[in-house]
Design a protein around this ligand. Structure first.
Ligand SMILES: [Zn+2]
Ligand SMILES: [Zn+2]
Length: 432
């Protein structure tokens, strides 16, 4: 069957628009729109039959698409309008086609003797044609993976819906004051309401939070404001204890902004604004616009941590004993039952973690300073105290005296096998 005889049969089926005619052979002659294909076929049939040009219009509304193919401009205009408040670089369009119209596509193919799925369905034609116009109008690109915005057309209800995907900012933070949790910590006494039996909750003074500030609260509002979004979510690459500082190279994090109206913020300006807002309690550095994959990366990438800590012993410890104990722990595999301080939150399991490196200095005979680089998940407070025999070996066990961490700082968080910050996880590869 030639293309021309297919066209002839299709035109005999009833009034048919150029786009629906062209869609039948959408896989032919790359570089034409379906409307152009359909028009060309109609002209070719007219030439062969030596019919007047005036008869080239279908004599009524298209029975297959019910003239939906004439509405691309209208939908695109509506999409541009709906997306007006939002800045975006990439889009995707989706169309809900009523079952009746899908059935018409099938009937037409049956009538002209083609496979039921020959050519292109109405849905993908509309997605592409509306998208093309939207892209041209807004100078943006289609992205089938993870667009900034999604436009959904519903032909049956005539509704157009816009979904705006989150924007992401990656960076590393330092926490320079103790007793700041990483994220908001709702008060246990009042469940975060700030009220108890109608009165101000005594547990939190009515704030609803156990701590007044968190790394999240000291950073995310600035990003939320700059990107003019609806909500901010803080994602950290693990978290230090509330009473631990996070120093030196800091800890990777991503701030996710939901439904941002602005995406192209200057990361350097943002960094300066966050640091001013956080007022020396928290500092961020290396801010960059990231892709959504960066969230999973900071949450899932295996990382090792470096800690600095002050330790106090119950009994005097000799230089030799101290040096021997550190030599024992250097490179050792540590067996740890879930620490008593977290057993109410996690299942009690025994796990093994490695100490990659440990160094220390005795200060007097009952105090020491330690620096430990260990595998992610190593409980370092318990490595020192032994947690009543639940961690083996431990510094306390090796020295045969009580040992406790009196101050703990995290000084580095690095990916175990590769760095967190790889180019493919950033939006603008030219940044930095
Ligand atoms: Zn049509
Ligand atoms: Zn409370």
């Amino acid at each position: 069957m030639t293309v021309l005889s297919t066209a002839r049969r299709a035109l005999d089926s009833g009034p048919l628009c150029d786009a629906c005619l062209g869609r039948l052979v959408a896989d032919r002659s790359f570089g034409l729109t379906n409307r152009e294909r359909g028009r060309s076929l109609r002209v070719a049939v007219a030439l062969e039959d030596d019919e007047p040009v005036g008869d080239l219009e279908p004599d009524g509304p298209c029975w297959v698409c019910e003239d939906e193919s004439d509405r691309y401009e209208e939908w695109a205009d509506r999409a541009v309008h709906a997306l007006g408040p939002y800045e975006f670089d990439t889009y995707q369009t989706g169309t809900k086609v009523p079952p009746l119209l899908e059935e018409n596509d099938r009937l037409l193919r049956e009538e002209v003797g083609l496979e039921p799925d020959a050519g292109e369905p109405l849905k993908s034609e509309i997605n592409r044609e509306v998208g093309k116009r939207l892209g041209a109008e807004t100078d943006t690109e289609v992205d089938f993976q993870r667009p900034d915005v999604l436009v959904l057309l519903d032909l049956a209800t005539d509704e157009l819906e816009v979904q705006v995907n989150s924007a992401f900012v990656y960076g590393r933070y330092r926490k320079l004051e103790r007793d700041i949790p990483q994220t908001k910590w709702p008060c246990n006494d009042c469940g975060g309401t700030g009220l108890k039996r109608g009165d101000t909750c005594e547990g939190c003074g009515g704030s609803g939070y156990r701590y007044d500030e968190s790394v999240e609260q000291l950073t995310a509002p600035v990003v939320l404001d700059a990107m003019d979004g609806e909500e901010a979510v803080f994602h950290g690459a693990g978290r230090e204890d509330v009473d631990a500082l996070m120093l030196e190279s800091g800890r990777p994090f991503v701030i996710e902004i939901k439904e941002p109206r602005t995406r192209d913020v200057d990361p350097d300006d943002l960094e300066a604004e966050v640091n001013e807002f956080a007022d020396g309690k928290v500092e961020v550095e290396g801010l960059r616009l990231a892709t959504h994959d960066m969230v999973e990366r900071v949450k899932e990438l295996d990382a090792n941590k470096t800690y600095r800590m002050d330790v106090a012993f119950d009994d005097p410890v000799s230089e030799d004993a101290f040096a021997d104990a550190l030599a024992e722990l250097d490179g050792a595999t540590i067996y740890q039952d879930t620490p008593q301080r977290v057993t109410h939150r996690r299942a009690d399991v025994t796990r093994t973690r490695e100490v990659y490196d440990i160094d220390g200095t005795l200060e007097g005979d009952t105090e020491a300073e330690l620096e430990i680089n260990g595998e992610g998940g190593l409980y370092v407070k318990e490595l020192v105290s032994g947690d009543e025999g639940r961690t083996e070996p431990s510094l306390a066990g090796l020295l045969d005296t009580g040992a406790v961490v009196t101050a703990l700082d995290v000084i580095d968080v690095e990916g175990e096998d590769e760095p967190f910050a790889r180019p493919e996880f950033f939006r603008n590869d030219d940044a930095e």
